[in-house]
Design a protein around this ligand. Structure first.
Ligand code: GLY
Ligand code: MN
Ligand code: MN
Length: 434
């Protein structure tokens, strides 16, 4: 049974922070694929965070002040449409079951908003997220302004409501962490299944199918982002998603794939040998990335700022680049010149939550923000070595990334994705034929 109190508490917190004014938060639009076929509907994350209500064509309106109110606009019951498209709650039941103060048919939105906006000093809205909503809401505000001779005023402050919501979402509550742990466990099982299924001669998409199978059979909505299943040289293409190459004996396979469960993403990368045994050169490069990741995870704790894990991982990676003769000089000179960017061109992580690259600022007043308990982030250093004249040939086309999801705790961090093998010995043991 759905428990509305969690969402009511989130709305109450937002209303308190708004202090006064009206907030309008629509869910995502439905997207047409072609003809009358739609892309699968995915609610807007902010809307879901505040309501738990996942039907399309829904809008949350909130009024702050002495008598705070949360009002839902949603589709009406419609037997004809329900025969074609499935169940819908309708305003009356949605109001009761999801704990709103009132609910109205979505068709009444414009007229009701014209009323509700009257005499509100401030308007909060995800400004710029959807041009269609920006235009519609500004046009409604103009309608309110036209009532000025009746003594009614329109909001004269407009705020991006995401400034408040992003900060709320940055610190995960227990219910969110529970879902994220489950999303991480399903994703970890999928990565293990993919490792077990890998053999020379298979196609990358066959391994992708193993991942999808594990996601769906455990109730996940599907991948949280397009799965990357990149054998050999494909691993050096950071956003490779074609997944249509045959896997070769002697190559590595990089898999960056994880599921979305109940609106929350995991994000895992593992890199392992197609034939189950690392070559000497692959092992050398792999151990460097693993050491960098270990250093970054150690820095993911209260007392660190956002960039500390990246800084620490980078120093380990650069030392490794010097050891492998990919770069020359000292750690500081390579950091200073940026020469390492030939082999490591992305950052070591991002916030994680409902969105795989989740919301929340990384800096506050020009300073990297402090890591605090409840913040969830990825830790994902890598090394990508393309063929070049001054690069030892044994390392050509090796692409490695190791990515885990962590939540900052009081003492350090909890690694949500610990269940996927990561050391050379663990991976080789898992892949050894029994
Ligand atoms: N899978 C997307 C990322 O790692 O950022
Ligand atoms: Mn990531
Ligand atoms: Mn990833």
């Amino acid at each position: 049974m759905f428990n509305p109190s969690l969402y009511q508490q989130r709305r109450a917190r937002l209303l308190q922070q708004m202090q006064r004014g009206i907030a309008i938060v629509p869910t995502a639009p439905e997207a047409l694929r072609n003809g009358d076929a739609h892309y699968p509907f995915r609610f807007d994350s902010h809307f879901h965070y505040l309501t738990g209500f996942d039907e399309p064509e829904s809008v949350l309106v909130m009024l702050a002040g002495d008598k705070p109110q949360s009002i839902l606009f949603c589709r009406e019951k419609d037997m004809e449409r329900e025969i074609w498209d499935g169940f819908r709650y309708g305003p009356e039941d949605a109001c009761k079951l999801f704990g709103f103060d009132a609910a109205f048919p979505i068709a009444q939105l414009d007229d009701k908003l014209t009323e509700l906006m009257g005499n509100q000093p401030a308007l909060f809205h995800p400004l710029g997220a959807h041009a269609v909503w920006d235009d519609r809401i500004l046009a409604l505000r103009t309608r309110v302004q036209a009532k000025s001779r009746s003594g009614i005023t329109a909001p004269n402050e407009i705020h991006d409501v995401r400034m408040l919501l992003d900060e709320m979402r940055l610190i995960k509550d227990n219910s969110e962490l529970d879902i994220m742990r489950r999303a991480a466990n399903i994703s970890a099982a999928a990565q293990v299944r993919a490792m077990r299924a890998t053999q020379p001669g298979k196609m990358e998409y066959e391994i992708e199918a193993e991942l999808l199978h594990e996601f769906r059979r455990n109730g996940a909505a599907g991948p949280a982002y397009t799965s990357i299943v990149a054998g050999g040289t494909n691993a050096c293409v950071l956003h490779y998603t074609s997944n249509n190459t045959r896997l070769k004996d002697g190559d590595l396979l990089l898999i960056d794939a994880a599921c979305e469960l109940d609106g929350y993403a995991a994000d895992i990368t593992r890199t392992f040998p197609v034939n189950g045994k690392f070559s000497a050169a692959q092992k050398d490069a792999y151990e460097i990335v693993l050491a960098a990741q270990t250093a970054a995870i150690a820095a993911a704790r209260p007392g660190s700022h956002w960039n500390q894990p990246h800084d620490d991982a980078l120093r380990v990676l650069v030392q490794g680049m010097l050891d492998l003769k990919l770069c020359s000089g000292s750690i500081d000179s390579v950091l200073e010149s940026g020469d390492y960017k030939r082999f490591y061109m992305h950052r070591t992580g991002h916030w994680l939550g409902m969105d795989v690259h989740d919301v929340g600022n990384y800096k506050l007043k020009d300073q990297w923000r402090d890591l605090l308990p409840g913040m969830a982030l990825t830790v994902e250093p890598g090394l990508y070595i393309r063929p070049a004249d001054n690069v030892p040939e044994a390392l050509w086309n090796i692409g490695i990334r190791i990515e885990d999801d962590v939540v900052i705790t009081q003492q350090g961090c909890e690694v949500l994705t610990h269940a996927v093998p990561k050391t050379v010995a663990e991976i080789e043991a898992l892949m050894r034929p029994s």
